[in-house]
Design a protein around this ligand. Structure first.
Ligand code: GLC
Length: 560
């Protein structure tokens, strides 16, 4: 058994995650204790009491490792350290200790598909030259064309442009994301072993689980000759083959890697938990989430489903079924660090697609003109729907404040590599990463004394946590109440549709019961409907007598 120098933070319950609420912290934008304009680990620690009071069970930290921030920290230069700008391993220990005191678990992000080009292994690979063992840890190949001047294949990077970059000695290396993010070669046992070491390193430091970045990308078909994609250039889950035959994504061999990780997780008591970020067809999600692999997988269908009753019911049904197949629980996500915040998505005309949302960002959020009030009302209804579902809810920092997307960041302030890699056609994800407003007044609205690495917009203070606290109509108090109620209400993992009469979805209603004597009714329509008899536990908006107004969700006690 490995040593556990800091045996705090992980509790004793092996199933804690099954219906947990996990709060995602994007560390650089959360709270800045040392006033350098970048959020840090001590900042997180200082705000843990706020998170405990909010009522979440665990905190997932996006990467805080040493990184040159070519992709917001998802370019990791050292997997077993803290970025000096964000703190030290001692600060990390203090955070885990404080979290433990408050009954919160810590989950960390692990980025196994690629490292930073500054990682010591990649630097060694560059220095060692073609044919070396150091190059075998990554994916280096000769180019095509007479002088090798063409990339080895036609594979695109997910951020735009080719997935290959040439080095001075003429070879090319693979990066499915930015050139600063070279992909590892997972056929190499040294790579596998090193990640086991990393998983143990953090598990030994009181980490309860891992969020696995790009979990579907590790096992590539690297047999010669490499296969071109031809017409099939899209990496969208629904456009991937359903039999694991894509050369890059969701290959069956990836599961062998996670069975190895499971053996590491099971060295601990309780076993460490993991959740896969796997952008795969939903029918192929279950293995990632199975008990002999990672344990849980993100379900992004919920986030991508328009707020329409029929579509929502179908998505919920299928997510629950896929989770059941895996022996896991489902996850529910409305916002994260990669997508436009949900109050802003819902402020756009119904049916806006991902590319409509991207186009809207390109107009600085002007065209089409968003209906912010309606967006927030829908967001509140969607949140209460999400928090009533069986499984784990993942809440992204600031959504409990009802923050909108900052759609009008100036292009010179953008940091997301997508902006440059797309040739200025896609604005990217900075608008959901603007540092949080903690206080209405004061420097950076309480984020820190030294400004903020992305500018906070005018009016940001009106969303501040300090003015929402205690205001019963605020988004913050809605989250607090829902999360506290949920603790007592959630007794098992089942859901039953309450109203299955034909036409119920067409009328915009989602209605289900949960064990423990409560039921949930969402009115996802523009018309108000009669409120069933019974005691209201919580409503996403005020209820006129006997009515469930448009775009409102209510939690009710069953009638005796
Ligand atoms: C994941 C992360 C995203 C990052 C990408 C590459 O999708 O969530 O932020 O850019 O992986 O690591």
């Amino acid at each position: 058994m490995p040593q556990r120098p800091h045996p705090v933070g992980t509790g004793t319950d092996a199933d804690w995650w099954r219906q947990a609420v996990v709060y995602q912290v994007y560390p650089r934008s959360f709270a800045d204790a040392d006033g350098d304009g970048i959020g840090d680990i001590r900042g997180v620690t200082s705000r843990l009491p706020y998170l405990a009071e909010l009522g979440v069970d665990a905190v997932w930290l996006s990467p805080f490792y040493p990184s040159e921030l070519a992709d917001g920290g998802y370019d990791v230069a050292d997997y077993r350290d803290v970025d000096p700008r964000l703190g030290t391993l001692d600060d990390f220990h203090a955070m885990v200790t404080e979290a433990d005191r408050l009954g919160l678990k810590i989950v960390v992000d692990i980025v196994p598909n690629h490292s930073s080009h500054q990682h010591v292994w990649f630097q060694e690979a560059l220095a060692a030259g073609p044919g070396s063992a150091a190059r075998e840890r990554y994916v280096f190949r000769e180019g095509r064309g007479e002088q090798g001047e063409l990339p080895p294949t036609d594979w695109p990077s997910s951020f735009g442009g080719p997935a290959w970059t040439r080095v001075p000695d003429g070879q090319w290396y693979l990066h499915l994301y930015a050139p600063e993010q070279p992909d590892f070669n997972w056929d190499n046992p040294e790579v596998r072993e090193d990640f086991h070491t990393t998983l143990r390193f953090w598990s030994d430091r009181g980490v309860a689980g891992f969020r696995v970045d790009v979990a579907h990308g590790l096992a590539k078909d690297l047999a010669e000759p490499l296969r071109d994609l031809g017409e099939a250039q899209s990496y969208q889950p629904d456009e991937l083959p359903d039999d694991g035959s894509h050369p890059l994504w969701d290959r069956d061999a990836v599961h062998d890697i996670y069975r190895g990780w499971r053996r590491v997780f099971d060295e601990y008591e309780p076993p460490r938990f993991a959740v896969a970020e796997a952008w795969v067809r939903s029918s192929r999600r279950a293995p990632y989430a199975s008990a002999d692999e990672l344990g849980q997988a993100f379900n992004f269908d919920f986030l991508n489903t328009p707020l329409e009753a029929g579509a929502m019911r179908d998505t919920i049904d299928s997510a629950l079924a896929h989770a059941r197949d895996a022996g896991a629980t489902s996850t529910w996500v409305l916002s994260n660090h990669d997508v436009v915040r949900h109050p802003s998505r819902y402020a756009l005309p119904t049916g806006a697609t991902k590319s409509d949302v991207e186009a809207w960002l390109m107009t600085d959020g002007q065209e089409p003109s968003p209906d912010g009030e309606l967006g927030l009302r829908k967001a509140r209804a969607a949140t209460l729907l999400m928090l009533a579902l069986p499984g784990s809810a993942y809440v992204y920092q600031g959504e409990e404040l009802g923050l909108p997307e900052v759609a009008d960041l100036r292009t010179e302030d953008l940091q997301d590599p997508i902006w440059v890699r797309s040739g200025g056609r896609v604005k990217g994800r900075d608008g959901c990463r603007v540092p949080l407003p903690w206080t209405r007044e004061g420097a950076s609205h309480g984020f820190g004394s030294g400004g903020s690495w992305l500018p906070q917009p005018a009016g940001w203070g009106s969303y501040a946590a300090d003015i929402q606290a205690g205001d019963k109509d605020s988004v913050l108090e809605l989250y607090r109440e829902a999360l506290h109620l949920r603790r007592d209400l959630v007794t098992d993992e089942t859901l039953e549709w309450a109203d299955t009469t034909p036409g119920v979805a067409e009328r915009g209603l989602v209605h289900f019961t949960r064990s423990g004597g409560w039921h949930v009714l969402s009115n996802l329509s523009d018309e108000s409907v009669p409120l069933p008899q019974g005691t209201v536990l919580l409503a996403s908006n005020p209820l006129p007598e006997g009515e469930l107004p448009a775009w409102t969700t209510v939690w009710m006690r069953n009638q005796a």
